[in-house]
Design a protein around this ligand. Sequence first.
Ligand code: PLP
Length: 394
Amino acid sequence: MLRLWYNKLNMYKMKGMTLVIYLDNAATTKPCKEAVDAVMNGLEHFGNPSSLHRLGLEAENLVDKQREIIAGAIGAQEKEIFFTSCATESSNTAIFGAYAYQGKRKHRVVTTTVEHPSVAVPINKLEQLGCEVIRLSPDENGQISPKAVLDAVNEDTFLVSMMLVNNETGAVFDVGEAFSMIKKKYPQVLTHCDCVQGFMKLPFTVKKLSADMISLSGHKVYAPKGIGALYVKSGVHIPGLLLGGGQENNFRSGTECVPLICGFGAAVAALCGKVEQNYKNAKALQNYLIEKCSETGGVTVNFASGSPYITSIAVEGLKSEVLLHFLEENGIYVSSGSACSKGKKSSVIKEFRVPEKLSDSVLRISFSNRTTNDDIDALLEAITRAQGRLARMK
Ligand code: PLP
């Protein structure tokens, strides 16, 4: 089997083609055909959704149709979905909105040590503004127990923000249980969940999560970049961040990006009803990856007990960045840690107790619905080649 990928690579080179084996889907996904077509349709419906004439109305109807799709996908009401430019904007809006809503009277925020920067950095800002921040670390199993989250909350808490799926390891947290325990004891506390890596990959609803606010992103689910959404539970009156013309029911001003909203809706619609089957396929791929890693000397699986779409591995003795570029030269695209850490050593990996000697050698392998066993064979074949080549160079 070895050399299958290498032969394919050489054949591509001879034909002047570029081989792309894309295993970095937690960073972003290739937009699906449905999304691309819908973006074009959205561009053609160029009216401003706020205009009172027919063209405006058509654009507004298109936006509302996509809102219905996104709301349906998470069991929300349409009026609870607000389109944003990305999940980073959604989470900033949720966190600073919660602070504006309750942060003058209450001071504590509870979160985890492994949040994405789009949550961690705004919460650091709240700390600078005088809030007390409690950050919970995963235990030896990569879990944060709902009881530990509840215990960190007190009468002075106004916000709990906890992600559903960690973007570097795929760890899945029991957010639903944690938030429901909190809501029973402290109904006033606002609960926010960054669901970016779980959306349309794991089945969840707003009710099951007991979340007041949920951040979603388009480009992780085969929609284009530049579009996200924030779910805000009906009755939660946080102020928005962007003030102006009062679009999005006076919550997020700025003319709606109709084409990208259409792309987002179409991508989500294309996944509806397929989440379970896609999950099973991803699980089978992950099992195959784990098996192949165990057959390849020097490759450790750091974490594979969460979302099957994300697997953290380490290749002993090879620096992530060096290996990443070697793989890239050979048509295989993965990530070192997360795309957002841009080569910086990840504190999140340390939080998940990856041994120090492996922490410089971590690769994140993340699947899409298009990933195949052949892609995994190619990855391990290329890693074996890299081990030989780079070890000789050393
Ligand atoms: N949250 C998580 C868990 C992510 O993985 C990412 C992107 O990598 C984001 C938030 C940010 O999403 P966006 O690029 O839409 O701002």
